[in-house]
Design a protein around this ligand. Sequence first.
Ligand code: NDP
Length: 454
Amino acid sequence: MVTNTKSKTSKNVKKVLNPLTTEMEFSGMTGALAISLGLPILIVILNQMIRPDYYITGVFENFNIKEVLFGGEIKSLKEYLCNSKETWVYYLIWFFALAVLDVGLPGKTMNGIQLRDGTYLSYKINGVAISTFLIIVLAYRFKLTNGAMPELQYLYNNHLEICIVTILFSFFLSCTVYFMSFVPLLFSKKNGFKTKEKILALGGNSRNVIYDWFIGRELNPRAGPLDIKLFCELRPGMLLWLLINLAALHHVWIKTGVLNNALLLINILQGFYIFDGVLNEEGCLTMMDITTDGFGFMLAFGDLSLVPFTYCLQARYLSCNVIELENWQLGLITFVMMLGYYIFHSSNQQKSDFRQGKLPHMKSIQTQRATKLLCDGWWAKSQHINYFGDWLISLSWCLTTWNTNALTYYYSLYFATLLLHRQQRDEHKCREKYGKSWEEYEKQVPYKIIPYVY
Ligand code: NDP
């Protein structure tokens, strides 16, 4: 009898805490499979088109399919799995050393948003300590090696191999977190309903293995004190991107003895953006990726491979095809970046201040959910004015390659697609969450991203 009541309670908890996912994104399993195969191939192809011995010029004027598919250092998948030991070791050291630093370095502890079981997860916020540590190590290595920095040279010379290793690693990591999502909470840990059930992502519990593995089954997978999702979002991929850029600048400096201005600019602009993300990590705690999405192949691959190996394409290109920018070009690019950053940063800040009750005088719509929707200031201009700012930033990075080729502009195009998809997902979420209040908000703020355009 007692067992019967217990199992009924556990079933009820399951239903309330982790309802079955009925609506699938990306056309379900087919889309998940297509993206999981297609995007890794795309990244490899993009990096094959920008390498020291062959790079695209103009509008794909010298495109050569043989070079792209079989040229350069490309090897078989088996080789990357079994015979790339050195790169695997270096990458694993990088990943796990950052994980140890993430847990060990000092920082303040903050709660995330309230979870579905009424509890809160705490996060260690130590981006400042990690960034400082990395800068000290780099400066120390520079001094010790008289500027030779063999680790940066290794990174530059083994770019494709490292890229493929990160893709394979994100595959293994997403399989591990998928399997771990079936293991109940360990030791004395219990959820807010006092059961051992883990909290799954609302969108990742469809019972379709491929789809759930891709989209992410568990909402917040953790390894002891390490929050795997936030860690991957901010540390190994973002900081690797910074190092790849530095390696490109360093490569040209070693070869020519000169700090090329276009390369220096992209390093400064992207370095600023990376540190801004790493240092303002509190902001991430309220982002969709952390609050709503599960951690599966989509995020693992996005954070660990796609970010470092596609966001670095401008710097890689400029190291293969070195160009010198004129002062007015440097000024224009910096202006576009600063304008984008101003819109991106001040609009995100305004929403965050408003949500914390710091801007009570601003016009807003009271929803049935106790929260208010701001429709004043930046948030009267469009529903996602912050995305517009972010997109301008992406454009400024592409402009550093000026008119040398069309390929590096891929990033702005890709980012526009990502932001458009994100805006549609968010709109769907808000419409369901806020109902009539959202309709009222849409009437008052009709534009979605770019004021007077879309
Ligand atoms: P938003 O910061 O726009 O947040 C959307 C959420 O904010 C909504 O779900 C809703 O949440 C709340 N909200 C929406 N409108 C209002 C309003 N008028 N007033 C008050 N609250 C509102 O989106 P993201 O979390 O997607 O993005 C955050 C930042 O990260 C953006 O600047 C984006 O550009 C950037 N980003 C960068 C990426 C990159 O690769 N560089 C990738 C993705 C994002 P609630 O349920 O709380 O009401």
